[in-house]
Design a protein around this ligand. Sequence first.
Ligand code: ADP
Ligand code: MG
Length: 427
Amino acid sequence: MFLSMSHLNKTYSGNKVAVEDFNLEIEKGEFICFIGTSGSGKTTTMRMINRMLNQTSGTIQIEGQDISKMNPVQLRRRIGYVIQNIGLLPHMTIRDNITLVPRLLKWSEDKRNQRAKEMIEMVELPDSFLDRYPAELSGGQQQRIGVARALAADQDIILMDEAFSALDPVTREMLQDLVKNLQQKSGKTFVFVTHDMDEALKLATRIVVMSHGKMVQVATPEEILRHPANDFVEELIGRDRLIQAKPSITTVGQVMLKTPVAMVSSATLVQALKLMHDRRVDTLLVTDKENHLRGFVDIETLNDNYSPTKQLGDIFNERIFYVNENAVIRDTVDRILKHGYKNVPVVDDDGKLVGIVTRAALVDIVYDALFVDDKLDSTGNDDQETTGMTQPSAESATSQTAESSQSQQTGAHAKGTATSDETKVGD
Ligand code: ADP
Ligand code: MG
């Protein structure tokens, strides 16, 4: 194992337990992101890796070597550290800024100059910048130099602690792309602290979720999205927040499309193919005569088993995931995301097919929710009930439109009656 952290504990003076039984094995070339709320122990854990802090107990090994037995210079040759928002040093040229750590590590001047050239090319800036001073560069260019500096000493492991957290979104994305790209090219191992789930999802090969000094989940971004270990992780992912921002929509029935493409199981494959073609779908839902949902068939199965004499009932797949029209949308979103379904059929209490929830419609709802939030923020309008009624997108079901205008009317009506009620009370 390349970097191995075993039973790490850190208790600060005053018995403050900051990290508890932390175990992690990191392969060479991984991009590990630590994520968690403030105070969860991310910085403490990271700082133990290069001995800026000593653990209370447990061991850290690099390629089998216990770091507590390495001398500090030897360790720093292998591990680089980039703290939150340290800017470039203003009185040093770009060259000297880039080669700051190589100089501390006593590289020769030739080697340093060579490295400065390599690094500035790597971050796609012209060599002529090397003799300039930071103030002569734009903010974004300075940030690129910061990344060049982080990688300049050619250490095997790069530690970055919330390095991008104070940047504007455009610069941040640019640097994320740059870092990810350089990391993949160089094969270096990154341990990157962030409190931004989007950033972690974008950069990490594996995400380590921390809470109160403990590791909550270690998984790939995909696994984290599909199978968050608990509510805390789900909250970090943030979809609850997004969905709850639109309180007026709560059940599946309110957003489903009421025109699922379905056929009875006694229909022939010829009829099924024609319907799929006409409606431009690659999956058909299959029902019985009373419209109870029975299963589905996809175009591959249909083609593979095609015979003009067969019926849908001969070939359809009974293993189908569906939701009740009264189910809470939040749970449906969870399941669609977790299982990767493109859409999910909706049934009533009798198991009859009444609609379909598409991934596209859910995405619209999430965007609507964001849009409402923005609007409230920028106008300072606190009349949420009325402002919340943005026009629904065409994709989201008609029931949503009906609900919106109805609520608007109700809102207006309520205001009118409030006055007359007051009058009545006064009487
Ligand atoms: P994070 O980086 O996730 O925000 P930290 O590792 O900085 O968390 O801190 C973890 C916990 O340890 C927090 O409760 C913090 O208040 C505490 N802590 C951090 N540094 C010290 C210190 N030098 N002395 C005492 N407690 C500390
Ligand atoms: Mg921190």
